[in-house]
Design a protein around this ligand. Structure first.
Ligand code: ATP
Ligand code: MG
Length: 564
């Protein structure tokens, strides 16, 4: 694996860490964590957080833990745990032995809750969920105290124990922090710390029927692991006061601090797990790893490399204010990476047969083709040429408009690495008038693609020799949504109404040059003039030759950057 670049541009979090180190805080340690909830697959937004947290640890010679924030048994699953580990590893990061689970702290969390009760900082409330909501008040009105707020410590301890013992049904009681029902920050109006959920947990089984809430669990997990800088997204800015309140009450040996950064938003996509789950469960896509999904597994199957995703995360930077990143930048980044590394090949996606009338019937020539002009070390290969070849349907027009320079009746063009050909005749299907074949002649003096008499042609076409061609399926992927902001509220519509109906086009009759027959699953190629294509790992492993288009060659980002 390529060595991960350790020096990244500065950002406000690095400035905070630099200050802390200068002041000798945290015994000069830097300890971060990446805390996914195993309730879905990771997406490109998570990659930003992974690159940030693991990147900081690497740069400051600290540590980054992988911690599963698994406090909600209803939505979590081991399938997600496994996929998250695979994705973090694939992105190029290593948590070594530091794989932690909030559920491993359930016993400690429980005992710390008892401490809060004993200190008069937490109580068992018996209001219903609706009542609790009603009593909370609003931004302009203070909340009301629950009639159960002043239960004695003994009664609270007894009830909490019995909650744990399974005596009560879901929702009958909750444990709440006793803070301030009139606090301007609504999250501090006696937040819930524990609730009853008679549901088995993917790790602790039936051991627990009370589960701690996120805000209570997260800060304590950070403290148990002696995290120094607990980095999360801006939506948690208001939660920081609660994070600090819990840790201040408990006075644990380590005292982590929370910092918030702007989450990644990308246009033409959705990054909410709830919406991604919906796309999968409603079969709008073929699964979590559908190449149109913004998930790490989808991007991997589309042909993205870990390097390109890390580069992208570095380029977008780490800021304090939310913004929307243009998906063209992500496409630009992968294109730049593949341009350097992907071997060039010839493939015809929508074949049109061409018969070269003056070329000998049984002759097959091997012509030399360059594997990668960006990488001389990649060398050359031999491509067969014969009397019958395929070109792209769109490279011929019977009645071309002014600016169309490709093949047309009577016109001469170059076949890449081969000869000049001239179109003599167009053969049509008498039943429907569709063009089925072209009759051409070639000029034997132009072998290799140049005319000795210096005459020029205005187009060079790619082609594949018919007899040696291998058939393949090629899937053309495009953006999943037609609208830059599919989440935008539109009367009577949801994000599902903006799915791009042309986000997938499957071509079953593609013709590839024979060197691609052995395309190993997971290998990447540039099909000349068409884009970058990835040998689908699943399909190719099952013996089918299937390629996914990663990106086209058209770089709209470079254009924006140039004109910008
Ligand atoms: P949920 O809605 O289920 O909470 P989530 O996207 O916040 O979804 P988590 O598993 O809680 O998922 O996220 C793990 C970490 O990744 C968190 O620290 C979160 O802040 C970060 N993260 C999630 N989405 C993004 C994003 N779009 N950009 C940057 N970081 C993100
Ligand atoms: Mg979250």
């Amino acid at each position: 694996m390529a060595e991960i670049e350790t020096k990244s541009p500065s950002n406000f979090i690095k400035m905070i860490i630099d200050e802390d180190l200068k002041a000798g805080k945290n015994e000069s340690r830097v300890a971060t964590r990446f805390p996914p909830e195993p309730n879905g697959y990771l997406h490109i937004g998570h990659a930003k957080s992974i690159c940030l947290n693991f990147g900081l640890a690497k740069e400051y010679e600290g540590t980054c833990n992988l911690r599963f924030d698994d406090t909600n048994p209803v939505k979590e699953d081991v399938e997600y745990v496994e996929s998250i580990k695979e994705d973090v590893r694939w992105l190029g990061f290593d948590w070594e032995a530091r794989e932690y689970y909030a559920s491993d702290y359930f016993e400690q969390l429980y005992h710390l809750a008892i401490r809060l009760i004993k200190d008069g900082k937490a109580y068992v409330d018996s209001l219903s969920a609706d009542e609790i909501r009603e009593f909370r008040g609003t931004l302009t009105e203070p909340g009301k105290e629950s009639p159960y707020r002043n239960r004695s410590v003994e009664e609270n301890l007894d009830l909490f124990q019995r909650m744990r013992d399974g005596e009560f049904e879901d929702g009958r009681h909750v444990l709440r922090a006793k803070i301030d029902m009139a606090h301007p920050n609504l999250l501090l109006r006696d937040p819930t710390l524990y609730r009853i959920r008679k549901t088995a947990h993917h790790r602790t089984g039936d051991q627990w029927c009370i589960y701690p809430m996120y805000d209570y669990t997260h800060c304590i997990s950070d403290a148990i692991e002696c995290i120094t800088h607990s980095i999360c997204t801006l939506e948690f800015e208001n939660n920081r006061a609660l994070y600090d309140w819990v840790l201040e009450q408990l006075g644990l040996p380590c005292r982590p601090r929370q910092y918030e950064f702007a989450r990644l938003n990308l246009n033409y996509t959705v990054l909410s797990k709830r919406k991604l789950i919906q796309l999968v469960t409603e079969n709008r896509v073929s699964g979590w790893d559908d190449p149109r999904m913004p998930t790490i597994s989808g991007l991997r199957r589309r042909g993205f490399t870990p390097e390109s995703i890390r580069t992208f995360c570095e380029r977008i930077g780490v800021a304090k204010a939310n913004s929307i990143v243009d998906i063209a930048l992500l496409e630009h980044t992968i294109r730049e990476d593949l341009n350097k590394s992907a071997p060039r090949m010839m493939a015809v996606l929508r074949p049109l047969k061409v018969v070269i009338e003056n070329y000998p019937e049984d002759k097959v020539e091997l012509l030399e083709a360059v594997n990668n002009p960006e990488d001389p070390a990649a060398g050359t290969r031999q491509v067969p040429f014969s009397r019958e070849i395929y070109i792209e349907q769109e490279d011929f027009m019977e009645d071309p408009p002014k600016k169309y320079f490709r093949l047309a009746p009577g016109r001469e063009v170059r076949l890449r690495y081969a000869y000049f050909i001239t179109c003599k005749e167009v053969i049509k299907d008498p039943a429907n008038g569709r063009i089925v074949e072209l009759r051409c002649t070639y000029d034997p003096a132009t072998r290799g693609g140049d005319a000795p008499d210096g005459r020029k042609v205005k187009a060079t076409l790619h082609w594949v020799s018919a007899a040696q061609a291998v058939g393949a399926q090629v899937r053309l992927y495009d953006r999943l949504f037609v609208k830059p902001d599919p989440d935008e509220k539109v009367e009577g519509k949801t994000f599902l109404d903006f799915i791009n109906p042309n986000s997938l086009e499957v071509l079953n009759d593609c013709k590839l040059e024979p060197a691609l027959a052995q395309a190993a699953p997971g290998r990447m190629f540039q099909f000349e003039r068409l884009g970058y294509f990835f040998a689908d790992p699943k399909e190719c492993a099952a013996g089918r030759l299937v390629f996914n288009r990663t990106v086209t060659l058209k770089d709209s980002w470079a254009r924006i950057a140039q004109n910008g």
